[in-house]
Ligand binder design. Sequence first.
Ligand code: ATP
Length: 328
Amino acid sequence: MQKLSKIAVLTSGGDAPGMNPCIRAVVRTAIYNGLQVTGVRQGYQGLIDNNMYEMNNRSVSNILNLGGTILKTARCLPFRTDEGMEIAYNNLRARGIDGLVVIGGDGTFTGALRFSKKYPDIAVMGVPGTIDNDLYGSTYTLGFDTATNTVIEAIDKIRDTADAHDRLFFIEVMGRDSGAIALRAGISCGAEAILLPEKETAIEELIVSLKAGQYNKKSSSIVIVAEGDKHGGVYDIAKAVEKEVKNYDIKVTILGHLQRGGSPSSFDRILGSRLGYAAVNALIAGKTQQMVGLQANNIVSTDLEEALNQHEFKLEDDLMQMMEILSI
Ligand code: ATP
């Protein structure tokens, strides 16, 4: 096993609060262990454009509290091609880099694994960073906790006005393929119903439960719709319900990108720190083509191949059932 001397770190895909604490941990753990660290700007695009800079302990001062990512992120089409990967590889080798930490979601890991299979002399370690919480191998991903808290704060405010006016609100939250944010936020805010991409809910069923809520003297109702719900857009769903559920003023709110921003929660700062620290230590130990993750409050490594093959968010049916009972 050749000794690692210089690593690079990048953030890729959608930004997620907690990426900055993770970058800080990567840089400081590496330097503590005598490694040099290069920061790559704009994800894989920065590897291709040679948009990188040398980092030191001060490069990551006062970033623990910042949302987004100081390294910037991007969706990079050229990295999907063999030519793009070759340019990235040559740029890394020219800088003497032999280890790479990638912080991102499943697309980022797919790219990292392909790259590492082509160029195994650069070790890669993944860190799960996505607000969607949809990666196998880690119970929680970076950014999910903060994003859920942001959604909860917004929905609490909407509940105040919904209650004052006897309103029914449909609130769209992020999660094209994953209902994780919708489910947690729904339980936390006492939503009357949650529509998720993983579970088909008939509109008729929704109408029956909203009417039951009215019969039970509920003065407001909140339906959370994950953006990937099978029924289409939140406006279509609201329209279909409006025809059947009377005596409610129906409103729609799309929370949108505000869900990505904001200062990382304590949980995400600690998770980012633990995962960044573990990723560098794993590279030093000679590991590659793996991701670090949190399981039963322990940091563990999973092969990227396995993580990507098993990739499927398992809807927590027990939580869904509990939510339905508690919101009656
Ligand atoms: P999020 O979950 O927040 O969307 P993600 O990592 O899944 O994050 P993607 O946009 O899917 O986000 O992927 C990030 C980047 O990874 C892509 O822009 C691309 O550069 C790279 N990538 C994705 N799939 C591949 C692939 N098959 N081969 C090479 N690179 C890939």
